[in-house]
Ligand binder design. Structure first.
Ligand SMILES: NC(=O)C1=CN([C@@H]2O[C@H](COP(=O)(O)OP(=O)(O)OC[C@H]3O[C@@H](n4cnc5c(N)ncnc54)[C@H](OP(=O)(O)O)[C@@H]3O)[C@@H](O)[C@H]2O)C=CC1
Ligand SMILES: O=C(CO)COP(=O)(O)O
Length: 329
């Protein structure tokens, strides 16, 4: 198996899968690849955590791609197509490609499996997602995710490569639902973080998560997802983990915005990606395209991309008329 992207999550999945199969991890920096292979650590993203001793890394994308029987894409959405295009000439024809990224492509608003299908037509394209904060998973705390592929038998084969006794991998075929849930939960987590940053209570947090998941569900169903998916691990489950955890970068962004920092100040303070910034714009545009009512998504996009203040957004949301629960607002 080849994992492309040696950030927090790619390294974690690579270390887990190395218990089951030989894994080659592609890191952009040769020094980091060397360090992972020799000292079994990734000090740039997961300092203090030991990686599986059999895990090997390389900085050569062709070498990583040529030997792959499965390609797992662990670079963020902004780099996804470019890195995929670079490895495309080196990937054998039948190889499945799995996305770990949670977001939409900037500009096109495509899901990552749509990007895979455009760049590598004919390859099975799927997604692994769920409430899986990397540091907890790597520390060996029990967690669960879903691998969704159009063909269930391919998902089952990949499940056996990725699962461990503590990392429970479920299978599914609702690729659209899993991808939309993974992207929109980042927007919900920013909103929940803002509420926490204002010092609101647990009822408020539950309101934000539930109404955020209602927007995720309306959008995901309009895009072709199965309604049941949004109540599962990759929808509500991930929205809860990301909205309550101090480890979440999206929640942290929300907290710090509410405390007066700017998006630039927060995102520049860490080399790690905060996907919710791009996902809010894409989710808002998709909601408009599909005629879906999505007030939380709209307000979060206005804050992170248009300079609206968190307080104005919070007040704006409190002015939305509470409608029939399943329908709007
Ligand atoms: N962290 C988590 O807990 C989870 C994250 N995810 C998702 O996984 C995806 C990756 O996240 P995560 O690993 O956390 O991100 P990190 O910020 O930890 O790491 C990002 C990785 O992508 C690489 N990268 C960034 N830009 C480029 C580029 N232009 N070209 C090539 N490589 C690039 C970085 O390389 P370099 O160091 O050289 O810059 C680094 O290896 C995101 O979509 C995220 O939402 C999903 C589940 C859990
Ligand atoms: O996707 C994640 C947990 O499931 C990670 O969330 P953050 O990107 O907000 O850290």
């Amino acid at each position: 198996m080849t994992i492309v992207g040696a950030g927090s999550w790619g390294t974690t999945i690579a270390s887990l899968a190395a218990r089951n199969v030989p894994v080659l991890l592609w890191a952009r920096e040769p020094g980091l690849a060397e360090r992972i292979s020799t000292t079994h650590e990734n000090p740039d993203y997961l300092a203090g955590h030991s990686l599986h001793p059999e895990l090997k890394a390389t900085a050569s994308l062709p070498a990583a791609a040529e030997q792959a029987d499965v390609v797992v894409m662990a670079v963020p959405t902004h780099a996804f197509r470019q890195v995929l295009a670079e490895l495309t000439p080196h990937v054998r024809p039948w190889v499945p490609v799995v996305s770990l990224a949670k977001g939409f492509e900037e500009g096109t608003n495509n899901r990552m499996t749509e990007v895979i299908t455009e760049e590598l037509p004919g390859h099975p394209a799927g997604v692994l997602s769920g409430p899986t904060l990397a540091k907890e998973v790597l520390a060996g705390l029990a967690a669960a995710a879903v691998i969704a592929m159009p063909d269930l038998s391919v998902a089952q084969r990949l499940q056996s490569l990725m699962r461990t006794s503590l990392f429970r991998v479920y299978t599914g075929t609702d690729v659209i639902g899993v991808e939309v849930g993974g992207a929109v939960k980042n927007v919900v987590a920013i909103a929940a973080g803002m509420a926490d940053g204002f010092g609101t209570g647990d009822n408020t947090r539950a309101m934000v998560i539930s109404r955020g998941v209602a927007e995720m569900t309306r959008l995901g169903v309009a895009m072709g997802g199965d309604p049941a998916t949004f109540a599962g691990l990759t929808g509500l489950g991930d929205a809860i983990a990301t909205s309550i955890s101090p480890l979440s970068r999206n929640r942290t962004l929300g907290v710090q915005l509410a405390q007066g920092k700017t998006v630039d100040e927060v995102t520049r303070s860490s080399r790690m990606v905060t996907e919710g910034v791009r996902a809010s714009r894409a989710s808002r545009e998709l909601a408009e395209k599909f005629g879906v009512d999505a007030p939380i998504i709209g307000e979060i996009d206005a804050v992170v991309n248009e300079g609206r203040t968190p307080r104005e957004a919070f007040r704006g949301l409190l002015h939305v008329e509470p409608a029939t629960e399943g329908e709007a607002g």
